[in-house]
Ligand binder design. Sequence first.
Ligand code: G16
Length: 543
Amino acid sequence: MTILTVETTPFEGQKPGTSGLRKQVPVFRQPRYAENYIQSIFDALEGFAGKTLVIGGDGRYHNDAVIQTAIRMASANGFGHVLVGQGGILSTPAASHVIRHNKAFGGLVLSASHNPGGPDGDFGLKYNASNGGPATEKITDAVFARTRTIARYKITDTPDIDLGARGETMVEGMTVTVIDAVADYADLMQSLFDFDAIRAMFKSGFRMRFDAMHAVTGPYARRILEGMLGAPEGTVVNGVPLPDFGGGHPDPNLVHAKGLYDLLMSDDAPDFGAASDGDGDRNLIIGRGQFVTPSDSLALLAANAHLAPGYAGGLSGIARSMPTSAAADRVAEKMGLAIYETPTGWKFFGNLLDAGRVTICGEESAGTGSNHVREKDGLWAVLLWLNILAVRKQSVRDIVAEHWRTYGRSYYTRHDYEEVETGAANKLVEDLHARLPNLIGQEFGGYTVAYADDFTYHDPVDGSVATNQGLRIGFADGSRIVVRLSGTGTVGATLRFYVERYEPAGGNHFEETQKALAPLIAIAATLTGIAERTGRDAPTVIT
Ligand code: G16
C-alpha cells in the first residue's frame, strides 16, 4: 500500500457559502471534485501532523463514498487519527461535540443540511475547527484561494473501511476509530437538562411527536427521547436515516413538515411537536395549536433557560443573526444582558461563544444553540423546551401568550423566492442597494424610513469586519424589512425577504401573522419590484 500524489486541475466555483461547499450530487461526483476540495482544506491548515480529525455526515446519498475518500486523504496528508461516526453518521452538533470532547484538530462535516438528497439532490462538505465550529472566513477564504490553484492531491490506495462496525483500523500509519455516533452527545444532553423532570412529565401522560424526517436525528431522538426519557415508542416518526430522506425535503418548516403542523393544529393534537433537519442542527417547535417562530423561540428559551440545570447560573449574553426578529433583544434588555447582532451564518457566533460573551444564540432560519457546542443544535432546543415545559407545567400556547404579554410581540415572517434567475436576483439587490440612501425619511403607507443600509458587522472579539450582509430598511416604529441573497441554495439564486413589526405589551398579539404584516409586505414588493423583475407573483416558501 502506498501514498499517491495525483495531478489535478482546478474546478470553477468551489467557493464555500454560508455553510461550506454545497453543490448538487452530480457536481460532487465528478472525478477529482471532492478530492480537490478536501486537499484545498488540508492545504489551508497548518500543524495537523499526527493530530485527530473527526469525520461524519448526515447519511445522505454519496456520504459513504466521500467519507472513504476523506479517510484515505487524511492518512496521506499526515493526520494521526480519524474518529468517524458509525455508519458514517454524525449530526452536525454531535460532530461539534466530538471535536471538542476529544480535543481534535478539526473535523469534516458532510452535509447539505436541509437541502434534498438522493442522486439528483444536494451534497455538501464543510470544515470545522478545533473549537467545534464552522471555519472562520479567514480559513474559508484560504480554502477557496487554494481551489483555484490546486495542482495535486495526496491519497492512499488502501481499501474501504467497514464503517458499520465500531472498532479500530490502521490506514497507512493512521488509526481510524469508528465511534458510537450518539453516546457522547446523549451524555452531554443529560448533563444540561433535568432528565428526571422530563421523564416524570412523559410518565404522567405528556404526548409528543418528533419528526426526524428520515434524516440524521432519528437515532439520536430515539435513544434520548424514547430510550432515556421514557417517551412512548412511536414518539419519534420517520426515525430511520435514508440516503434520499425517503424522497422528502428535510427542512423542518411549515411547508416540508406540514404533516406535523396539521397534526398539532388538529383535535387530536399531542402536547408538543418538533422536527429537525437533514443534519440535525435546525429545529421546528409547535405546541398544541401554537406554532412558535424561531425568533420567538430564541427569546423564550433565553428568558426561561435558567429553569434547566445547565443554565441555572444565568446567561452571559444573547446573540442573534441580523435578520432574526428583535424579540430576543427585549428579553436581553429586561434581564440586563448583552445582545449581539451578527450576520447570517453560525460561524459568526463562534468568537462570541469562545470569548464567553454569550451563552445562547439563535437565527430566524430555525437554528438555536448555546455554548455547549459551536453549532446550532436541533435536539438541544427540543430538550430545553421539554425541560421548561416540565418545570412550568403550562402549555406551549400559554407560555407563548404570557411571553407576549410581558415583552410584546414581534410579528415576523420570511418570504423566500427560490431558484430565481441569478442575474435578475443580483440586479434587484444591486438596484435596491443604490436607492438606500434616498429612502431615508421617505414615507410608505404610513411607515417612515428611519434608516436604510447594507449591514456591516464589526466582530467585537477579533476586530474583523464583514460587509454586504443584507439590506435593512428600518422604520420609525421599529418595523423592518430585510432583503438578502441566500448563501445556501444550489440552483439559481434564493432571495429572502424578512418582515417584522413590533406590537408592544398590552397590544393585540393575536392577529394572523400575514395579515398583521400585509402593509409591510406590500412595501417590500413595491420597493424591490420583485414581481416585475422575476415574474413571480408569490413566494416559494412563507415562514
Ligand atoms: C446555514 C447557516 C445558518 C444560516 C442558514 C441559512 O444553515 O449555518 O447560519 O442561517 O444557513 O442561510 P441562508 O439564508 O444564507 O440560506 P444550515 O442549516 O443550512 O447549515
